[in-house]
Design a protein around this ligand. Structure first.
Ligand code: CA
Length: 440
């Protein structure tokens, strides 16, 4: 059974990896993944912001099937703010066939005691439960979540190792990379699953001089710090890949790399070029991300796969490779028969997105895309020749097909089961005790 590593970055732009043409931020180590495997040029996530995208990735199912259509609030008393217990995680599935699993970094799938990583299939955890975090240890001034009084306070809590708060002295990205390498060392003798969810390069923009000094040529301060944060991730990926090689595990380890959503360029200096818009949007810049995979034992190096794929496919691919199956029906597809060219058609006839509160939607076929950003205007593009969604096409039968398909899909989806980040004030009014929590 192959080992499985998913490296997830946070708010990284489509263009900000060497393998997608980035030149001002070298990513030689991240580029080793597609260099020794597959680059997906049309790789999508299932939502344009963090929480729902992660819920889709971790379950292999459209998150709207189980009401995860909003970005969850930090609400550790509320069992509904997170991944419903009806859902099985990838770690649950792999655990059934003997894998040992660790989640490192950002969780953001629920802070309630029943939703923390150790209750969702992972045997080990190192990181934080919230949607983001400060990067410098001296800013981790809250000893645990009982000191949290507002939505963004958890950015300043000490890190968790399993169920214990720990002292940590390294820059956050370096600490996460270190833990990833150690997990691989500890588990070299048995099948393992590592979910390495860097919060970089999500805001706050914070980097050490070691990384900043590499980018003196970038004059824009925001872009320069962003570049340094990406470079720290790249160093970490390099150490991890080196460790796999040293332990002779690289042939039979599946490694995926992707970002959880497109870059919020105004906030963090990312670039989604040539895509339109960014994080939060139903245009390509919100949902098409840097996406690569390698499995040297089974796939040749240097593949470029052009058909649309989605983060939901990772669960299906991994479950098939491990013989793990799944408790719930998956929306993703095992990509291996397509990558091995045993199947020539597109893995998905259609891919779907729904932005519930805004009334937004998108649907993509192998060639066409319908996008309605705010529910007030349909646009129709041939994204195979118009990647920037600049030349809207007139309505035709293709558009009508996409609309019909989306309506059929949406009828199977659930309304959100919790209020989200956009409803922070309303939620706090309804739950005045929201931050009165046990020491943890
Ligand atoms: Ca994100």
């Amino acid at each position: 059974m192959p080992n499985v590593i998913i490296i997830l970055t946070d708010d990284m732009g489509y263009h900000d990896v060497g393998f997608n043409g980035c030149t001002d931020i070298p990513t030689p180590n991240i580029d080793r993944i597609p260099g020794n495997g597959v680059k997906f040029t049309n790789g999508y996530v299932s939502y344009a912001v963090c929480g729902p995208s992660r819920a889709g990735l971790m379950t292999g199912r459209y998150q709207d099937r189980f009401g995860f259509g909003r970005n969850p609030l930090f609400a550790p008393n509320d069992p509904e703010q997170g991944l419903p217990l009806s859902e099985e995680t990838m770690a649950d599935a792999l655990g059934r066939v003997g894998y040992r699993s660790m989640a490192i970094g950002k969780w953001h799938l629920g802070a309630h005691k029943d939703q923390r990583p150790l209750r969702r299939g992972f045997q080990e955890f190192f990181g934080f439960l919230s949607g983001g975090h400060q990067y410098f240890p001296e800013e981790w001034t809250l000893s645990d979540m009982s000191q949290v009084k507002a939505q963004y306070d958890p950015y300043r809590t000490k890190l968790l190792r399993n169920d214990q708060r720990v002292e940590e002295s390294e820059y956050l990205t370096d600490a996460l990379s270190r833990e990833a390498v150690r997990f691989v060392e500890r588990n070299a003798g048995q099948p393992f699953f590592l979910y390495l969810a860097y919060n970089a390069p999500h805001t706050p923009l914070q980097a050490t001089e070691k990384y900043l000094s590499r980018f003196a040529h970038i004059k824009d301060k925001k872009r320069r710090t962003y570049a340094a944060m990406v470079s720290a991730v790249d160093d970490g990926v390099g150490k991890l890949l080196d460790k796999l090689a040293e332990l002779k595990l690289d042939d039979n380890t599946i490694v995926f790399f992707l970002s959880d959503n497109g870059g919020p360029y105004a906030a963090n200096g990312s670039s989604n070029a040539p895509l339109r818009e960014g994080k939060g949007s139903m245009y390509e810049g919100g949902i098409r991300v840097p996406f690569a995979m390698r499995w040297p034992a089974m796939l040749p190096a240097g593949l470029v796969y052009e058909q649309p794929v989605i983060s939901l496919d990772i669960f299906a691919t991994v479950a098939a490779a491990a013989g793990a199956g799944s408790k719930n029906p998956l929306d993703g597809t095992d990509l291996m028969p397509f990558l091995k060219k045993e199947r020539q058609e597109a893995p998905h006839a259609f891919l779907f997105w729904r932005k519930f509160d805004a009334g937004g939607l998108a649907v993509r076929s192998d060639r066409f895309k319908l996008v309605n950003e705010k529910g007030d205007g349909e646009e129709f593009y041939d994204v195979t020749i118009d990647i920037g969604e600049q030349n809207a096409l007139p309505a035709d039968d293709q558009l009508r097909t996409l609309k019909t398909q989306w309506a059929q899909w949406a009828a199977q989806m659930k309304d959100p089961v919790f209020l989200g980040l956009m409803q922070d004030e309303e939620y706090t009014r309804l739950h005045p005790d929201r931050f009165v929590v046990e020491k943890y």
